[in-house]
Design a protein around this ligand. Sequence first.
Ligand code: JD8
Length: 280
Amino acid sequence: MRIQVVTLFPELIEAFASVGLMAKACDAGILRIQTITPRLFTSDRHQTVDDAPYGGGSGMVMMLEPIAQALETLDAACQWEHAPCARRILLSPQGEPFTQQTAVRLAQEPAIALLCGRYEGIDDRVRGLMHEEISLGDYVLNGGEVAAVAIIEAVSRLLPGMLGNAQSLQEESHTAGLLEYPQFTRPRSFRGMDVPSVLLSGNHAAIARWRRQQALLRTRALRPDLFAKYELTADDRALLAEADDEGVFVAFSDPPPRDVGSSEEPPPAESHRAPRSPAA
Ligand code: JD8
C-alpha cells in the first residue's frame, strides 16, 4: 500500500516511518510512505504557505495553491508508475471520527493521501479537492500530523504480509469490540502482587475461559459504551453470571471488598490482588 502525506513537517512523518514495524514494512515493500511539503510550490523568497483570513480574525490560514500542486505532484507520481491515484483524506477536527472500522476500510485501498493542515487550518475550498475528511478524535491538536501517524500505524498493521500478524489479527477479530484480557510476565510475584494462579496452572481450557471472562468483565466495568454494543454469546453470558455469583473481580482494577460496618482493612480476597491502589 502507498501512503502519501502532504505536510509542512515531513520529518515528523519520516521519523515515525523509520522505526519498528513500520520501518520493516517499508523495507519489505509492503508499505511505501511518500511525503511532500507545500513549501516546494511557493515562489516567494520566504516560501509563504499561509495568509491572513478574509473577514479578519486571529491566526493564519493555509493557502490552496501550494497544497493543490503538492496533491497533483503525488497523483503524477502514481500515474508515472501506472498505479491508481490515492484516495485523498483531509485530517481535521470536523472529520468523521477515526475508528478501527475506518482503519480496516482504508487498509483495502491501493493508496491514500493524508493532508495535514497547520495554523488555524486550510482555506475551506480545500474540501473541493478531497474525497473524505477524518478526525482523530474530540480533542484539539496543533495540526494534522499526529492524526496522520496514528492512521498510518493503525492501517499499516492490518496489511497482508505484515510481519507476524496472521495469528494476532485472527485473535483480535475474535475479541473485536472487547478490551484485552490482562497479561503478565515474570516474575510470578512483584512487590506483593501475584500473577493469577490459573495462568500458571498449565490448564489451557481454564486459561482461555479466564481470559474471555476477564475481557468481558473489564469491558463491562471500564467501557460500558463498548459493552452495550457487544453481542454476547450464550457462553459469554454464562461466564459473566458465574463471575457475578462467585464475586470474581477484574484483576488489579476493582477496589478491595470491604465488610459492611467494618473499618478494618480486609485481607486480600485472592492472591493476585494489588496491595493498594497507587493509581486511584
Ligand atoms: C488539522 C490545524 C489546528 C484546528 C484551531 C489551532 C485531526 N482530532 C484532531 N484534533 N485536531 C485536529 C487538527 C487540528 C488542526 C489541523 C487537524 C490543522 N489545526 C487548529 C482548528 C482550531 N486549531 C485533529 N485530525
